[in-house]
Design a protein around this ligand. Structure first.
Ligand SMILES: [Zn+2]
Length: 210
């Protein structure tokens, strides 16, 4: 099956993709991973991307699309894949449709309020990097790491303002894709609030393994 995963930051897409990848035996393809691989393997596109990133500019749509096309042509993606982080915009989705037909765009649905609650509760240990959550996975002693007694802190990305900004970017750029795939009758909404195991169960009911 060929999937596109949609959902705001904090919806847990990475964790869900990792499980779907394993169960369906298909690669999880994120743009970050494609960029890193192309750079590491020094492909002609990889060298271009490296130069662009080094110059501090953003990688253009044309190059991103070319990289995605190259990646999806690899043998491991022939039977299916999970595309995560691409497409981000309608023009990217239209470009993608020119070389591949996906089976479903799966939207992991979660409210802004829930995202803020999830992300703003994250705490990271300064010393060892262990992750906690103030509400869902608290340390034994407030703001102190269970592992190494290091001090816990909030990453800049997880501060309220940064989260609100990331959500705004997502809602304005990526949310239109939900309408786009809905019109194509390819949109599947899945509630991203339950525990991961429960979400995967719903997912597998919708897309039974052959
Ligand atoms: Zn620690």
């Amino acid at each position: 099956m060929k999937f596109i995963f949609l959902g705001p930051p904090g919806a847990g897409k990475g964790t869900l993709a990792a499980q779907v990848m394993e169960k369906y035996n298909i690669p999880h393809i994120s743009t970050g991973e494609i960029f890193r691989t192309a750079i590491r393997e020094k492909t002609s596109l990889g060298l271009k991307v490296q130069a662009i990133i080094d110059s501090g500019a953003l990688v253009s749509d044309d190059i991103t699309i070319a990289l995605v096309k190259e990646r999806l042509a690899q043998p491991d993606a022939a039977e299916g894949f999970i595309l995560d982080g691409f497409p981000r915009t309608i023009p990217q989705a239209e470009a993608l449709a020119e070389f591949v037909q996906v089976d479903a765009a799966v939207n992991f649905d979660i409210s802004d309020e829930e995202v803020v609650k999830r992300l703003s509760g994250r705490r990271v240990c300064k010393k060892c990097g262990q992750n906690y959550h103030a509400e869902f996975m608290p340390p034994k002693k407030s703001d102190v790491c269970d592992m190494c007694a290091g001090e816990l802190f909030i990453r800049d990305d997880d501060k309220q303002e940064a989260i609100t900004h990331r959500l705004e970017v997502y809602r304005s750029q990526t949310a239109p894709l939900i309408g786009y795939y809905d019109t194509l009758k390819k949109l599947i909404n899945i509630d991203a609030r339950p525990a991961t195991g429960e979400i995967i169960e719903s997912f597998m009911k919708l897309f039974p393994l052959k």
